[in-house]
Ligand binder design. Sequence first.
Ligand SMILES: *Cc1c(COP(=O)(O)O)cnc(C)c1O
Length: 365
Amino acid sequence: MARVFNFAAGPAALPESVLAQIASEMLDYQGSGMSVLEMSHRSSAYQKIFDNTEATLRRIVDIPSNYKVLFLQGGATLQFAGIPMNLMGAGRAGYLVTGNFANKACEEARKYGEVDILATSEYTGFDRIPEVAGVGELAEATGYDYVYICQNNTIFGTQYHELPQTGEIPLVADVSSCFLAEPIDVSRYGLVYAGAQKNAGCAGVTVVIVRDDLIKDGPALPCCPSYLDYRLQAKKGSMLNTPNTFGIYLCGKVYHWIEEQGGLEAMERMNREKSGMLYDYLDHSRLFHGHAQPASRSIANVTFRTGNEQLDAAFVAGATERGLVGVKGHRLVGGMRASVYNAVPVEGVRALVDYMGEFEAAHTN
Ligand SMILES: *Cc1c(COP(=O)(O)O)cnc(C)c1O
């Protein structure tokens, strides 16, 4: 068996011990005589798996008791619509556009109400988080239902290191690519959500964490499908219909692994070490240049390029040959992207930095 170092942005690397454990339980889950894949979502054995998954997540994140946790399907993308349908009571929201996913969320929300773009970094190629001072006053004065951010911009490699102050207006954040990468104070948000396939499980599970007073009257828009009705899903324990049973089981294993490793503080320490190794290299390199402005750099996705497309392609091909896979950048940015999620080991990043050094020596004089 030859496992590679996987730097893909998502679906992405999973802890090897989690995969091994799942493999060992594949034919007979803990004496049940069947796989979790074959288990009824209404069985007590499965309910135990589900409850354990939620409880572990609540423990590692320290989710306040007045927040509901939902495990839904449809990816982060479905929540681009779910959020306005549930929360746009006054019909108006403010969006900060810091990349492709924030932009998509913003455009989707326009179908359901009035949307203002409060700030954007589009004009600098989404290389930074724009200035957000004053957003709170504006949001309160306008009476937005919420202010929306994409906290870590997976494609561009930027991240909010300080949240916008939104006063009385709920802050809604897409944390898909930074969820469980570092501690998060859920009480600062009205709603946070994450597709699990980046850093926190597998594709097909989206975790929505929402403050219960925001959903107590049900969805803001009558056209909201039952599936996306957060109040109803909370009441049904995320089992309005058949949930992604296996995906939720896998997420539970990942949450346990994080807890065993020392929780979110330990994840942050490791992620800072890994991304720091790459940024240190980039800051001194004569060949590679980082895409993100230093003050906006992501601890999860490190974007860089040589400035020469052929060299970039040669670098990616050479990396793949060495078992360093998934480093090709997103087509919107080009160049390279190394996603250094929780399950990517420090040795993998060291190997990548070593290779960058060799490549640079061979291509500079
Ligand atoms: C990947 C990603 C999405 C899209 O997720 P899907 O699960 O494919 O819908 C949205 N937002 C962010 C920040 C992402 O990284």
